[in-house]
Design a protein around this ligand. Structure first.
Ligand code: EPU
Length: 423
């Protein structure tokens, strides 16, 4: 298992190219199951979850080909036939987003068998709303032997209101409804940019989706969808992670290939905490410490609120800020595992349920820490950059799931970080 060895205390300075968004590329890959024609995806990040989704497509009998382009990968997918409608436990347990194939499979092929994801390090994360919504569209669902089995002899448009806002739930139903007969209205839908990006792709494929980016989606089903060519949006969480790295280390970064409009909540919170961030050009953000960092409370929320996927990285920043910051996590019930690891590096953090209080500034000291999930690992890498001495971050396979060679990107801007591989 690989680990990172980081020697902290050096400001990061330079230019970082932001990759395509993993959480937009995954649903786009699932959407390619909706047509027999070729779907070309560009700006696909070179991360492990994309490989896992390719393995899943391969298991289903779908061909995909990956080529490197100057920025990101180009992925061609042609779902001419389905050999097997099953998303097996081995893949779903590695990546919950595997559930995204459920809607497209049942809509196009009339059957899907997807392993139930089970628990997760950050919370229970049920998929009841994906299932309820598909039932509303006319699928019959059976749960047996740990699998969700969905069948339909043609889905029919319907009205469905999400009890809780769900990103992949919205994506799954949007994809299913795109091939259903008649109109579907999804209410209390997720407004995340990744949902909007999927709607753009589906519309290029011949679907008719209105309202993406709002909480009400209107989808007019099509009998058939066709191929498309689509560039994935930039990764707003990777960008947010680098926006933290600069003020945290007293450095200065220029982020290229970003979409500032997707980063409003993050930029505004980091600015409140003392970071100086400005648009340096089209799709560019410049960030540096604008003076001493100050504690600023934050509450995670669905988009356009402050992303739960930035909560861990923000917690690391708050260890270096003057005062007490209250961080409230509203999306997942157990997303503070990184707090315990940060405490081992000297952070002063008290966790009570969904609330954490971080008191700073403290001197972080390098230690051996363990990554528990993707964003938690990012917070530990950041902490390592700010800490005195050497930090070893273990289990970096978590970070490889969603960050494209983060150690190379950080090393290029001066960080002393290296990957240690165990054979
Ligand atoms: N929920 C339900 N029932 C459902 C679905 C969700 O109760 O059927 C609850 C969840 O338990 C959670 C809340 O609704 O409390 C929101 O979960 P959501 O379904 O929106 O999360 P997700 O779609 O599984 C995506 C991202 C996550 C990100 C969340 C929240 C992808 C592939 N994953 O997950 O990304 O944290 O939205 O923004 O898009 C990450 O990249 O590190 C990551 C975890």
């Amino acid at each position: 298992m690989d680990r990172f060895a980081i020697v902290g205390g050096k400001p990061v300075e330079g230019v970082v190219n932001i990759s395509g968004a993993k959480n937009a590329a995954l649903p786009a890959m699932a959407a390619s199951l909706l047509t027999a024609e070729r779907v070309v995806l560009r700006n696909v990040p070179r991360v492990r979850d994309i490989g896992t989704m390719r393995s899943l497509l391969d298991d289903l009998g779908v061909d995909s080909a990956l080529t490197h382009e100057e920025h990101g990968n180009r992925l061609e997918i042609e779902a001419r036939r389905l050999v097997n409608p099953t998303a097996p436990y081995e893949l779903v347990k590695q990546m919950r987003a595997s559930v995204l194939v459920l809607g497209p499979l049942v809509a196009r092929f009339g059957e899907a068998r997807v392993s139930m994801p089970g628990g997760c390090a950050i919370g229970a994360r049920p998929i009841n709303l994906h299932i309820k919504g598909l039932e509303k569209l006319g699928a019959s669902i059976n749960m047996e032997h740990g699998y969700v089995e969905a069948r339909a002899g043609g889905l029919k448009g319907a009205q469905f209101t999400f009890d809780t806002i769900s990103v992949t739930g919205t994506e799954n139903l949007m994809m299913a409804a795109a091939l259903a007969e008649g109109d579907t209205i999804l209410e209390n839908a997720a407004r995340e940019p990744e949902v909007e990006d999927l709607a753009r792709l589906l519309n290029k494929m011949g679907a008719s989706i209105e309202g993406a980016g709002t909480d009400t989606l209107r989808i007019r089903g099509a009998a058939k969808l066709h191929g498309a060519d689509h560039a994935i949006i930039p990764d707003r969480i990777e960008a947010g992670t680098f926006l933290v790295a600069a003020p945290l280390t007293g450095g200065h970064l220029i982020l290229k290939r970003v979409e500032p409009a997707h980063l409003t909540a993050t930029v505004s919170k980091l600015s409140e905490a003392g970071a100086a961030i400005r648009e340096a050009g089209p799709n560019e953000l410049e960030v540096e410490a604008g003076g001493p960092l100050r504690a600023a409370d934050v509450v995670t929320a669905e988009y356009p609120g402050f992303p739960t996927d930035m909560q861990a990285q923000y917690m690391t920043l708050m260890t270096q800020a003057e005062g007490a910051a209250v961080i409230t996590e509203t999306i997942f019930e157990n997303r503070f595992l990184h707090a315990l690891e940060l405490a081992r590096m000297g952070a002063d953090i008290t966790v009570n349920g969904r609330r954490a209080v971080v008191r700073g500034p403290v001197r972080l000291s390098g230690a051996n820490v363990q990554a528990s999930d993707l964003r938690a690992s990012a917070s530990l890498v950041l902490a390592g950059l700010a800490a005195e001495g050497e930090t070893i971050v273990d289990r970096v396979y978590h970070i490889d799931r969603g960050y494209e060679r983060i150690e190379e990107k950080l090393a290029r801007v001066g960080a002393r970080i290296r990957r240690v591989s165990e054979s």
